[in-house]
Design a binder for this molecule. Sequence first.
Ligand code: SF4
Ligand code: SF4
Length: 328
Amino acid sequence: MRYAKLAKADLPKLFQSLKSRGEVFAPVEEGGKVTFRKVDDLKEVKLEYTRTLLPPKKLLLPPEEEILRYEGEEYRESFEGKKAVLFGVHHCDVNGLLKLDRVFLDSPRDEYYARRRENTLVVGISCVPDRYCFCTSVGSGYATTGFDLFLHDLGREYLVRVGSGEGYRLSKEGYFQEAGKKEVEQAARMEERRMGKVRRRINLAGMGDLIETEGKEGWEEVSAKCLACGTCNLVCPTCQCYDVSDLLTLDVRKGSRVRRWDSCMLKRHALVAGGLNFRPTVVERTVNRLSCKVGEEVRCVGCGRCTVYCPAGIDFVEMLSAVRGEAR
Ligand code: SF4
Ligand code: SF4
C-alpha cells in the first residue's frame, strides 16, 4: 500500500480535485442528524461525526430506482454511469460496502449496483465512536480495502492510505507529500486509541448455533417489543433486500420497472402467490434477521444504527446477549 501525507490546509485542494471527477456526496449535519448528501463546498461537510442516519449504501443502491422502461415490445435498461465521490466514509461503512459487493458483484452481477460502484470513488475518514458502536467485535473496526483513499487525522495533517489505482493517481497530485514510517506509526497509535473507545462488545462464538436452538419462549421474549416497522433494515449498511414492481399505463403498452428497498421485518416481505406467508410472525422474522446478520456468516458491521433508530428501543446487542442466555 502507498502512504501519503496531506496538510489539513490542503484539504480544499483535494476536495476541488474530487469535485472535478464527479458529484461529491459527504456527511452534512441537518436538523441534528448527519446525513450523506451532495455537497459543493467543503465548508458544508461535517468531518467529525459518529454515524449518519442512512448509510452511504443509499448512493450505490438507492432506496428507489427505475431499472428499465418499456413500450410495446421494446425496452431500455436505465443504467446510470455518472461519476461520483463518496467523501468521509467511516471504517464500518467501508466494510459494509464490501459486504454488499459480495452480494451484488459476485455472479449473478447486478449491473445497476456494479456500474455505480465502478464509477464511485470512496474516500474514507476515521470516526468518533459512541456507546452504540461495536465494530471491533465484528471485525469491521478498521478498513483495509474497499476505498480509494483513507484519511487518518494526525492533528495538523492526515496520513493518507492509498487503496486503488485511482487513489494512487490522486495522491500524486502536487499538494500531497510522501509519508514514511513515522506517520504510519503515529496513525496506528491514533487508531488504537480510537478503537479503544469502542467499549461495546458482543460475543459471537457459536451464535449461529444459539440462534438455531433458541426456544419459542426465548424468541417471544426477545421480540416482544418489536413493532415490525422495518426501520432496523432500512438504516442497516448491509441489508440488501429489494422489491421490484412494474408501473404500467392503463392500456398496459408502456411502463417502467422500479426497485425499492424492502425489509424482512415487514409482514408482507414473505407473502407469496396464493396468499402464503412463510414468515407470518414477528418472532419468525426476528429469527431470520438475526440469522442473516450474525448466523453462519457475520454480515453485521457493528455500526449501531439499528439500535439507535429503533422506535421501540430494541437494542441489537442486548437481543444477542439474551439469545446467549446472558440477559435474562
Ligand atoms: S426497528 Fe425495532 S421495532 Fe422496528 S422492526 Fe426493527 S426491531 Fe422491530
Ligand atoms: S445489524 Fe445493526 S449494527 Fe449491524 S450493521 Fe446492521 S444496522 Fe449496523
